[in-house]
Structure formats: C-alpha cells, structure tokens
Ligand binder design. Structure first.
Ligand SMILES: Nc1ncnc2c1ncn2[C@@H]1O[C@H](COP(=O)(O)OP(=O)(O)OP(=O)(O)O)[C@@H](O)[C@H]1O
Ligand SMILES: [Mg+2]
Length: 270
C-alpha cells in the first residue's frame, strides 16, 4: 500500500536527526526528541503514536517553528527551515496548519465564526474584506456546518462543531500539511469518528498531507498510511498503516496488545 521508493518525489517534509533537549529544573538534560528521522508525503497521513511524555508534541512544535531544535534539520521541499528568512517563515506559516487538541480553548471568545474564519485570510491578503461572507459560507459548507453559524460565537457551539470550525480555519489557507495533535481525543467516540471521516474526505479532495498524533493506535491505524511509534524520545519503528500486525519492535507489540481488544473498521485509504 505504501511504497516509499516510488513516493520519494512526493516527499514534502523531512526531518534529519531532529533532536530537542530540555534542561530540567534540577539542571539535568531531558532528551524529549532524539535524532528523529521522519518523512511526510504529499496527500498521505503519517500517524505518530506513543505514550504520554514520549515527545510527540515537542516534535510537532519543532515542525511548527514553535520550538527551536537543539540539533538536526527540518527540510521543507528540500530547504532547511532554520535557514529561512523572516519573509519565508511568514509565507511558510500558511503551508503548515494545526488543529488543536482542546476545541474549548482554541478560539478567541470575542470573535464570531465569520471573524475566526476570515482573519487569517485577511492577514495574508488572500481575500478582500467585501468577500468575507462568501468565503466563510464556502468554508462552513466544506466542514458541513450551517451557513448561518457565521454569526455565532464559538462558546455557543458543541465540542464537535468547534472542532469542525478549527478544521475550516486550518484549511482556509490551503495548507500542504495539516498537523493534528490529539485533535479528536477530547470528543465522544461517535463524534471522533465523524471528525476523522471529515478529515479523510478533505485530505482526498485537497491532497493534503497529515501528521496525526494520537495515543490510540487502533484509531490511527484505521486511516494512517504510515505510523511512527515513539518511545521516550526515540522513533522505535515506522510501520505501514495496513500492516501493523507485522510490527516487530517489542514496544510496538506492547501497544498493539493493549489496544486490540478494540475493533475499528478501517477508513478508506488511497
Ligand atoms: N518546555 C519544556 N521544558 C522542559 N521539559 C519539557 C518541555 N516541554 C516538554 N517537556 C518534556 O519533554 C518530554 C516530552 O513531552 P511531550 O509534551 O513532547 O510529550 P507527548 O508525547 O506529547 O505527551 P502527551 O501524550 O502527554 O501529550 C516530557 O518529559 C515533558 O515533560
Ligand atoms: Mg502531547
């Protein structure tokens, strides 16, 4: 299903020996990410699983330029992002978008949905002010929210509706990569499923790549093309999303054993 060699020209982001070392309160080194080598391919989903504290969020914070790596490289279309100019960083910020874990904390309560959806587009001068309503209506339709919600405030929406709003805002800038850090884990299982189906549909329509962080291996394997397994800062194994039963690392096997009482129907992958 996932042939890396034939996909090499479709690789859009690559990390090389990406490392982050924090200094703890007692002056010791804590290696949150240790020599991470991962690749993100056009239109594909990379799942990232691992126990709490294994370094998943630190890894994506480095990808989002929110955390400076201690060493190593992030190559975006072959170019080291640490060597980007201020202008390139600003331009690039549109290309990698994130959906947050906590839909309750993701939005400014003083902004209505129309403002939330169009502010990034206005900032990047991608739309005219007079087109705001038209653009917001289109985005709401994409995530299957009623058009009249544009005049609502996010605090008057459910968790699932807010997560749709977060998705609409993230895709408004037509990103190449969508990063989801436990983006569905705060939701009920039934809503979680609907949100993932929505993400998979949008991914196919727009050929977006996803990095999907989740501690739930059974859920991730239902739609990820590749899964990287992280343990204490190390990537211990990268497995094909269709073949996790072939995993060989003892830590991955432990994760599989702990979840395979749960059965998930696979979502259709490309
Ligand atoms: N700013 C920081 N300063 C010091 N240590 C940090 C900092 N951020 C994260 N860490 C530590 O780095 C390690 C990895 O944390 P990280 O948040 O990346 O884990 P995670 O895999 O996302 O966990 P979870 O599943 O709980 O979200 C942890 O031991 C954490 O305490
Ligand atoms: Mg985390």
């Amino acid at each position: 299903m996932f042939n890396e060699k034939s996909n090499e020209e479709n690789m859009i982001l690559e990390t090389k020996n990406l490392t982050k070392i924090f200094t703890t309160y007692d002056g010791k080194d804590l290696v949150a990410c240790n020599n991470i080598n991962l690749k993100v391919y056009k239109g594909k989903t990379l799942g990232l699983v691992g126990e709490s504290g294994s370094g998943k969020t630190t890894f994506i914070r480095m990808l989002m330029n929110l955390e400076k790596p201690s060493s190593g490289e992030i190559l975006y279309h072959g170019k080291d992002v640490n060597k980007f100019s201020e202008k390139e960083i600003w331009e690039n910020r549109q290309k990698i978008q994130m959906i947050f874990q906590d839909p309750w904390a993701a939005f400014n309560p003083k902004m209505n949905v129309l403002d939330i959806l169009t502010e990034p587009l206005l900032n990047y001068k991608r739309i005219k002010k007079s087109d705001r309503e038209k653009v917001a209506a289109k985005l709401l339709k994409m995530v299957e929210l009623p058009e009249e919600y544009m005049y609502r405030y996010s605090q008057n929406m459910s968790g699932g509706q807010k997560q749709r709003l977060g998705i609409a805002r993230a895709i408004s800038l037509e990103p190449e990569i969508l990063i989801c850090d436990e983006a569905t884990c705060a939701l009920d299982v039934s809503i979680q499923k609907i949100i993932i189906e929505l993400l998979v549909r949008l991914q196919k329509e727009k050929n977006i790549s996803m990095v999907f962080i989740c501690h739930d291996l059974a859920l991730v394997q239902s739609f990820a093309h590749e899964i990287a397994v992280m343990n204490k800062g190390d990537i211990v194994e990268i497995i094909d999303g269709d073949k996790i039963q072939n995993a060989s690392h003892p830590y991955t096997k432990k994760l599989i054993d702990s979840v395979f009482s749960i059965h998930m129907e696979p979502y259709k992958k490309k």
